[in-house]
Ligand binder design. Structure first.
Ligand code: ACM
Ligand code: ZN
Length: 468
C-alpha cells in the first residue's frame, strides 16, 4: 500500500473486498486532535477521528487507497502527525496571484495534510491588505509604478490590494479543508510600501518610495514614535477581523539599523531602556507588538533574524530560515517554540538544481546541540515560495510540486525513506494532485544530488548575496 505521508501504523490484510462498503465517520475523543483510525472491512469503511479535521485526514488517505486498487483492500490504518504545524507560504506582495490560483494550490495542499497557509501580504514592493482605516494603503501602497526584478524592467504600474471579501473567501476555502490562514504583516523592515503612505513613521520622516526591485532596504519603521504603534495596532485590528486563527506573523527579518543609528529619538530610547545593541532595540519593537497580539489572544511568529537580540519575548514562535542555527537552538532549548524553514532545503523559489526533491526529502528537522526538550519545542516546518522572480501560476506550481510532497511527508511522518522508495510511494498522491490540474516540475529536474551548477549558484548569489 503506497501512501504519502507514510502513516504511523498500517495493518494490511492482503484480502480484497468485492463490493464497495458504506462509510461511517465518528469522533473518538480518546484519539488525539489530528489522529485518525481508518478501518476498511467487508461490512463498512469506518473512520474514527479525534476531531473533524482528523476525519478529513482519514478521507485524504482513503483517496490514495482508492486510487491504487480496483477492489478495496481490508486494512486498518492508525495515523497521527509528527508536528502540529505543517505549512506552506506564498508571497503575494512581490507578485500577486489571482484568488482562483491560490485556491488551486490550497486544494492540492489539503491532500498532503498540510494545515497552515502562511500568507505574506506586505512588502517593500507592494501592500496587499485592504484597509478601511487607511484607504491610501489600498491605492498608493498597493501599486508600484514599475517593476525591476532581476534586471528585467517593466514600465507598467503593478499591483492592487486583496479586498476583504477576497481574503475572507480564502479563509473560508481553507477552513473547508482544515487549513488555518496565518497572515504576515512584515515589520519593522520590508515596510517601504507602508512608509510611502506614512513617511512620518520612519526616522527621517522624508518621502519614501515603494520599491521596484528585490533587495533589503534601509527604510524601516521608527520604534521611537508613538504614531508607529498607533498605525500598526489599528492595522493589526483590521487583520484580526479577517484572520481568526491563533497565530499571526509579524516578520522581523532583514531589518537594517542604519536609520535608527542616525535617529536621536531611537538613540534616546535605546539608552533609556538599557538596550545593549540595535538587535535588542529591534526586539523592543517586536516585543511591543508581541504583547499587543497577546492581549488579543494571538501568538506572534517572527523570523529568526529577531533572535539576534537575546531579549525576544519567549511567547513568540521563532521561524528559522537562515544563518547559524545557534540562536534558534538556544531559543528552543530554553523553552521557546520554533518552526523550521531552512532556506537551503525549504525555500522552493530556488531552482531544482540547488534544492532538488532529493535534497528536500533528506532534511532532518533537528539541529546539533538541540536537547530532547528543545526538540519538543519544534512545532513544525514550513516551505515558502517567494515571488521576486515567480510571476505566473504555472511557475509557482512547478516550484511547489513535487517538492512540497517531500516537505509534507517530513512534517507528518518521522519515518525516514530513501529517495528511490519515496518516488515509488508518492506515485498515487502525485496522480491525485496532477488530476487537480496542477503542473509539476519536469521529472528530469527532480533528482540533482548537490548544489553544483553555475546556473544554480547564479540564482543563489543573486538572491542572497548581491541584494544585501
Ligand atoms: C526571509 O526570507 N527574508 C524571511
Ligand atoms: Zn527612529
Amino acid at each position: 500500500m503506497k501512501i504519502i505521508p507514510i502513516p504511523s501504523k498500517v495493518d494490511f490484510k492482503n484480502k480484497f473486498i468485492e463490493n464497495i462498503p458504506g462509510e461511517k465517520c465518528e469522533i473518538n475523543t480518546a484519539l488525539e486532535n489530528e489522529e485518525y483510525i481508518l478501518s476498511i472491512n467487508p461490512e463498512e469503511i469506518k473512520i474514527e477521528g479525534g476531531s473533524e479535521r482528523a476525519v478529513f485526514y482519514a478521507k485524504q488517505t482513503l483517496k490514495q487507497i482508492e486510487a491504487q486498487y480496483d477492489k478495496l483492500p481490508e486494512c486498518k490504518i492508525q495515523d497521527k502527525p509528527r508536528f502540529p504545524y505543517r505549512a506552506f507560504m506564498i508571497d503575494s506582495a512581490r507578485h500577486m496571484q489571482e484568488i482562483s490560483e491560490i485556491k488551486e494550490i490550497i486544494d492540492a495542499m489539503a491532500l498532503l495534510k498540510l494545515n497552515t497557509f502562511h500568507w505574506h501580504l506586505t512588502e517593500d514592493q507592494g501592500w496587499r491588505f485592504e484597509s478601511s482605516n487607511y484607504p491610501l494603503l489600498n491605492t498608493k501602497a498597493a501599486v508600484r509604478p514599475r517593476s525591476d526584478f532581476g534586471g528585467e524592467n517593466d514600465s507598467s504600474p503593478y499591483g492592487r490590494v486583496y479586498t476583504k471579501e477576497e481574503m475572507k473567501e480564502i479563509v473560508s476555502y481553507c477552513a473547508e479543508r482544515y487549513i488555518d490562514v496565518i497572515p504576515e504583516f512584515d515589520m519593522p523592515g520590508h515596510t517601504s510600501a507602508l512608509l510611502s503612505v506614512f513617511p512620518e513613521l520612519s526616522c527621517k520622516r522624508d518621502e519614501i518610495k515603494i520599491k521596484t526591485r528585490q533587495g533589503i532596504y534601509d527604510d524601516v519603521l521608527c520604534p521611537a514614535k508613538d504614531k508607529t504603534y498607533e498605525v500598526v495596532d489599528k492595522i493589526i485590528d483590521e487583520f484580526c477581523e479577517i484572520f481568526p486563527y491563533g497565530y499571526y506573523h509579524i516578520g522581523g527579518d532583514e531589518t537594517p539599523s542604519k536609520q535608527w543609528e542616525d535617529c536621536p529619538e531611537c538613540n534616546y530610547l535605546k539608552t533609556a531602556c538599557g538596550l545593549k545593541s540595535w538587535a535588542e532595540y529591534q526586539n523592543y519593537f517586536m516585543n511591543t507588538i508581541i504583547e499587543y497580539l497577546a492581549q488579543k489572544g494571538k501568538t506572534a511568529i517572527v523570523w529568526n533574524d529577531a533572535a539576534k537580540g537575546a531579549n525576544l519575548d519567549k511567547r513568540a514562535v521563532l521561524q528559522y530560515w537562515k544563518e547559524v542555527p545557534k540562536n534558534t537552538v538556544d531559543y528552543a532549548n530554553s523553552g521557546g517554540k520554533v518552526i523550521l524553514s531552512p532556506f537551503s532545503y525549504y525555500y522552493f523559489d530556488y531552482y531544482y538544481e540547488i534544492t532538488s526533491l532529493r535534497r528536500v526529502l533528506s532534511y532532518k528537522p533537528k539541529f546539533k546541540g538541540m536537547s530532547d526538550d528543545g526538540y519538543k519545542n519544534i512545532i513544525g516546518i514550513e516551505a515558502p515560495v517567494w515571488t521576486e522572480y515567480i510571476r505566473d501560476k504555472e511557475t509557482m506550481q512547478r516550484y511547489f510540486f513535487p517538492r512540497i510532497i517531500a516537505a509534507a511527508h517530513t512534517a507528518w511522518s518521522d519515518k525516514g525513506i530513501s529517495y528511490e522508495r519515496f518516488l515509488k510511494e508518492m506515485q498515487y498522491i502525485e496522480k491525485l494532485i496532477r488530476d487537480k490540474g496542477i503542473t509539476f516540475e519536469d521529472k528530469s529536474e527532480w533528482g540533482y544530488k548537490r548544489i553544483s551548477t553555475p546556473h544554480g549558484w547564479l540564482r543563489f548569489t543573486h538572491d542572497h548575496l548581491l541584494k544585501k
